[in-house]
Design a protein around this ligand. Structure first.
Ligand SMILES: [Zn+2]
Length: 259
C-alpha cells in the first residue's frame, strides 16, 4: 500500500491510497472518525449564570469548541496514572468569568495549561446583556468520537479513483463540456481526465457519448479527504488511525494464538 499526497492545505489533507482494498480504506475512514482521541470539554461547574441560556445549553456549546493540544502529552483518563480521578496529564481546566454587556468568546476561557487552548479565539459562548454575568469552570478530557460527536477528530471520506477504459467518442468536445463537474479534457482527440478528483462517477459522459466511452471505479485506489474538526493535524489523524488499526490486529493475533 502506498500513499501519495495530493493536497495539504490548512485543515484538509487529500491523498491517494494505492494498492489497497475497499475493506481497508473503510476501516481507516471509520477509525479516523470514531476512534482517534481528541480533547473536548466534558463537564462544567457553574458558579453563576444569569444569561438567557440554560447551563446545559452553554455546557453543550463549550463541548463543541475544538481544542488545540499536544496528543503526546495527554492520557486517556482510564489509562492515566491517577486512575481517572483527574490530573494535569489527563485533564485541562478552563475558567471563564464575564459580566455584560458583551459576548463571552472562546478567547475569554482561561486555560490551566498554557499549551492547550481553543483553535480559534472567536467562538461565541454566550451573549450577556447589561447586568447579566457568567462564571464557571470547565474540565476538558480526552475521549473518542464514538462516545460523543464533540470528541470526533475528523471528517474523513473517500471515493474510488475513476478510470477511463475507452475514450473514443465522435462528439468528444460535447462530452467534455457536458461533464457537470468539469473533470474531463481532450487528449489527442480522446477523452481524458483534466482532474480525476472532480469526477464523481455520475456517468453523464457515457450517456452523452456517441461512440465508446466507459468510466469505471478502480477498487484498488482511493481518494481520501481528511478534514480535521479537532485541534489535531490531519496527517496526525491518519497516522494515529493506522496505529489504532495495527493495535487491533495485534490484540486479535494474541487472542487467536490461544485457539
Ligand atoms: Zn490523570
Amino acid at each position: 500500500m502506498k500513499i501519495k499526497v495530493i493536497k495539504k492545505k490548512g485543515d484538509v489533507l487529500t491523498f491517494l491510497l494505492k494498492d489497497s482494498t475497499p475493506a481497508f480504506a473503510n476501516a481507516l475512514r471509520r477509525i479516523m472518525i470514531s476512534e482517534v482521541p481528541a480533547l473536548a470539554i466534558e463537564w462544567v461547574d457553574f458558579h453563576d449564570n444569569s444569561s438567557v441560556l440554560f447551563d446545559e445549553i452553554i455546557a453543550h456549546r463549550l463541548g463543541m469548541i475544538p481544542l488545540k493540544f499536544d496528543p503526546s502529552k495527554f492520557n486517556m483518563p482510564d489509562e492515566c496514572k491517577c486512575g481517572g480521578k483527574g490530573c494535569p496529564l489527563c485533564q485541562v481546566v478552563f475558567a471563564l468569568q464575564k459580566t455584560g454587556p458583551g459576548v463571552a468568546h472562546s478567547s475569554d476561557l482561561k486555560s490551566s495549561n498554557k499549551y492547550v487552548k481553543p483553535t480559534d479565539t472567536k467562538f461565541p459562548v454566550v451573549e450577556l446583556l447589561k447586568g447579566q454575568s457568567i462564571k464557571f469552570e470547565a474540565v476538558a478530557r480526552l475521549n473518542i468520537g464514538r462516545k460523543h460527536a464533540k470528541w470526533q477528530a475528523a471528517n474523513a471520506s473517500y471515493q474510488y479513483y475513476p478510470e477511463i477504459i475507452s475514450g473514443d467518442c465522435k462528439n468528444a468536445s460535447k462530452v467534455v463540456s457536458e461533464c457537470p463537474t468539469g473533470a474531463l479534457k481532450l487528449k489527442y482527440k480522446k477523452i481524458d481526465f483534466k482532474d480525476p478528483m472532480l469526477c464523481n462517477l455520475c456517468k453523464k459522459c457515457e450517456e452523452v457519448c456517441t461512440g465508446n466511452l466507459k468510466i469505471k471505479r478502480d477498487s484498488t485506489r482511493f481518494l481520501f479527504r481528511v478534514e480535521t474538526i479537532s485541534g489535531l493535524e490531519p496527517a496526525y489523524i491518519v497516522q494515529k488511525a493506522a496505529e489504532i488499526l495495527e493495535n487491533k490486529a495485534e490484540e486479535f493475533k494474541k487472542s487467536a494464538g490461544k485457539l
